[in-house]
Design a protein around this ligand. Structure first.
Ligand SMILES: [Fe+2]
Length: 262
């Protein structure tokens, strides 16, 4: 075969690889559509049960979220260190800055969540992260350790799928569905005026939806540059693991607190 033919054949191989990659990416986005996540979470029996739980159970369940919030910030920072240079890396860096309160620890999202917990009586006012360190449910600790391990040791694309898409994006959808159900709980309705809603205003509102969109665009750009179908597979594997963690989290807490979901 002549050099010219080789070059033509290489170009057409690259072209079909590119087509396969963009088909794989499109199929992935269709599977990971926000509307599908919303429908899945909204139908979850655990979500429907939320407004009917005794207040002590509700407090105990939402309390465990604080550990997810804290672990997420560190994992996101680790993801920045592993992400290829480009738009996604800078965007993740900005998200870390926002999570940390952009220089004001009182505005850090983990702190805002603790203020919400204080305002519903789930933690003592002024309890420090150090005081609360030992109250993490062992299974939650295990789930978070697994996420941390994979963020550090699995491929960067897997970690991006898991903590970028399956963490940041899924979290936003999850929180907005959870917020809707939480607001129907009689204790929450009765005490709505004294509850610190700032965490929820950020996470169940427009800002998170905007983040979601930006992260997805930046990930799509990264994959377009790669043009490899197996890159999409790797991202999808991470995404599926990240979303499965939410289900594992719920079932753990519901079993532990004895809530009936049927
Ligand atoms: Fe946040």
């Amino acid at each position: 075969m002549s050099l010219t033919n080789n070059a033509v054949s290489d170009r057409s191989d690259a072209g079909s690889d590119g087509n396969r990659a963009s088909d794989a990416l499109e199929a992935f986005w269709a599977r990971a559509a926000i509307s599908k996540l919303e429908a899945r979470f909204a139908l979850a029996r655990e979500m429907e049960t939320l407004p009917h739980l005794p207040i002590a159970q509700l407090r105990a369940i939402v309390f465990q979220y604080r550990y997810f919030t804290q672990a997420f910030i560190t994992d996101l920072a680790l993801l920045v260190s592993r992400c290829p240079e480009g738009r996604l890396r800078s965007l993740l860096g900005q998200l870390v800055d926002e999570e940390l309160g952009e220089g004001d620890p009182e505005q850090a999202h983990a702190r805002l969540y603790d203020r919400f917990l204080e305002s519903i009586g789930a933690i003592e006012p002024g309890a420090s992260p150090h005081d609360l360190r030992g109250s993490v449910h062992p299974k939650v600790r295990e789930l978070l350790a697994d996420l941390r391990d994979r963020t550090i040791n699995f491929s960067p694309l897997y970690a991006i799928g898991m903590r970028g898409l399956g963490g940041e994006c899924v979290c936003g959808v999850y929180f907005s569905v959870m917020h809707t159900h939480l607001r129907r709980h009689p204790f929450i309705v009765e005490n709505g005026a004294t509850i610190d809603w700032k965490f929820w205003d950020i996470h169940a509102g427009h800002a998170d939806a905007e983040h979601n969109h930006l992260v997805r665009e930046a990930v799509a750009e990264l994959l377009r540059e790669r043009q490899q179908a197996d890159a999409v597979d790797e991202l999808a594997r991470g995404y599926d693991f990240g979303t499965s963690m939410w289900d594992a989290f719920w079932s753990t807490l519901y079993h532990h607190h004895g809530a009936r979901t049927s």
